[in-house]
Design a binder for this molecule. Structure first.
Ligand code: BES
Ligand code: MN
Ligand code: ZN
Length: 499
């Protein structure tokens, strides 16, 4: 998608977008286009009872008197009340509308009606929504009908200060690149994306940005005593990997902030095999790891003033003659022993070693982990919220706030000593399931909590319900959402970076 900002149209467009405020008040430019089209806009407004409510769109195809094939009028509501997210939604909806109408190029004319937010700021937000909406995973569609392909490829925003708009849009453009990388990774087929190929992509994508990428393989993982990660990987012919990404954009004495991701490239459940129907969905069980990779790419891309370390544990959870069994007892890198009573509770096993490793190596002040950890998170919060568990109230609040700002919402969930006790095992230091169905997401969180060292602020995001979107949302077409990238980028910008 080509997105540009100019003071006046620089090329011929097949569509033109103008605006109306609450009550159906046309902006100056909208009035110009209404006149040119012989009053087509006002007639359509009356016909459809369009009153300029925010994010509403009115579209006229084949208008007389103008050179464009489509004339669109978009509601802004009361401009003083307009939020960034409204502009993003408008941009996203516009992209859908324009594609549905087969428009190939568009000029979007903004003016002083948006002075409250700043015309260029509004343009940048709309451009963000538009761009994020344009994602598709189509690399394997060899026979797709032309009518099904999106038509829109060029967007021009007409604003008073295009240089400013271009500058404002610089960071969102990079963010979208990272979001698209994450969506590609999460959508990718599990025969193509497995620990080794995933690690290679990480190296290829992040090394050029000045991020130090280190990959540990099966041998090193075993040698370092990561028995839990090794146990999950041992049933697969694909070697498990632990990938570390270190970005130093802060000062020397600034503590590291750590991000840890679950990267199960396919989760069959292992010997505790999952039921067949829907199992193909478990290719997205690496969405937490992908989000960490996307976040590191964004942070480095925009030269964030922070020292950040990303660690992803990559493994394929397979049943085989070499697979771990229910009842196996393994020793984690922390020294704590774990009775694996269910091989399908594998996320916590790979994460516990990744969490310990990052604390030992990088002594971070805080850790955020992301994982498609439990089906119970979907039972609790559906597909509208990720769950956040934390041992640190401010950290949890900041994450929730950041999420609200970017429409990646989190809901705080409780920890409780009773749930910690529930994973005590008679045979080992702990077991990886409680054995019951109660509070499944919290049980997972408590397991991880046993691997957080004293004084470290930690938050665990269970993104099982939000990593994949089952419907189109603003800026998120149905499919891999890249949940967490925008949230954590905003979190870092707002609460961690040196100003
Ligand atoms: N990857 C799954 C969780 C999941 C389920 C993510 C559905 C996304 C959609 C995880 O590894 C798992 O299998 N969890 C088990 C835990 C149980 C055995 C304690 C679950 O949720 O059933
Ligand atoms: Mn599982
Ligand atoms: Zn899993």
């Amino acid at each position: 998608m080509k997105i540009t900002f100019e003071t006046r149209p620089s090329r011929k467009a097949s569509a033109c977008v103008v605006f109306s405020t609450e009550g159906g008040q046309l902006t100056e430019q909208a009035q110009v286009w209404d006149k040119k089209s012989g009053g087509a806009l006002k007639r359509a407004m009356a016909a459809e009872d369009f009153r300029g409510k925010k994010t509403k769109i009115l579209a006229i195809s084949g208008p007389a008197g103008v050179a464009v094939s489509h004339l669109l009028l978009v509601g802004l509501g009361k401009p003083a009340n307009l939020k960034a997210q409204d502009c993003e939604k408008t941009g996203s909806d516009l992209a859908s509308e324009l594609n549905a109408r087969k428009a190939t190029s568009v000029q979007i004319i903004l003016g002083s009606e948006l002075k409250h937010m700043g015309v260029e700021v509004a343009a940048s937000h709309m451009a963000t929504g538009l761009l994020l909406n344009s994602y598709r995973f189509s690399k394997y569609l060899t026979k797709e009908a032309k009518e099904k392909k999106p038509t829109l490829h060029s967007v021009e925003f007409i604003v008073p200060a295009p240089a400013l708009a271009r500058k404002l849009f610089d960071a969102p453009r990079k963010l979208a690149d990272a979001v698209f990388l994450v969506r590609d990774l999460v959508s990718e087929a599990p025969n193509v994306l497995y620990p080794e190929s995933f690690a290679n992509i990480i190296k290829r994508e992040l090394s050029p940005l000045g991020i130090a990428v280190k990959v540990l393989g099966r041998q090193e993982i075993r040698k370092m005593g990561m028995g839990a990660l090794a146990a999950v990987g041992q049933g697969s012919d694909r070697e498990e990997k632990l990938v570390t990404m270190h970005y130093e954009g802060g000062s020397k004495n600034q503590k590291n902030v750590a991000f840890v991701g679950k990267g199960v490239t396919f989760d069959t459940g292992g010997i505790s095999l999952k039921p067949g129907p829907g199992m193909e969905e478990m290719k997205f069980d690496m969405a937490g790891a992908a989000a960490v990779v996307g976040l590191m790419k964004t942070l480095a891309g925009r030269r964030a003033k922070i020292n950040a370390v990303g660690v992803v544990a990559l493994a394929e959870n397979m049943p085989s003659g070499g697979a771990c069994r229910p009842g196996d007892i393994v020793k984690s890198m922390s020294g704590q022993t774990i009775e694996i009573n269910n091989t399908d509770a594998e996320g916590r096993l790979i994460l516990c070693d990744a969490l310990w490793y990052v604390q030992e190596k990088f002594k971070p002040a805080q850790i955020v982990d992301l994982a498609t950890l439990t089906g119970a998170a979907i039972i609790a919060l559906g597909h509208e919220y990720g769950a956040v568990f934390s041992n640190d109230e401010p950290l949890s609040k900041h994450l929730v706030n950041a999420g609200k700002e970017v429409s990646e919402e989190l809901w705080p969930m409780p920890l409780n000593d009773a749930w910690d006790k529930a994973i005590d095992s008679p045979a080992a230091d702990m077991k990886n399931i409680s054995g019951g169905r109660d509070a499944g997401s919290a049980i997972g969180a408590h397991f991880l909590k046993r691997f957080i060292q004293k004084g470290v602020a930690w938050a665990h995001l269970d993104i099982a319900g939000v990593a994949w979107s089952y419907r189109d949302r603003a800026g998120v077409p149905k499919g891999a959402s890249a949940f967490g990238v925008r949230l954590l980028d905003r979190y870092v910008a707002k609460y961690c970076e040196m100003k």
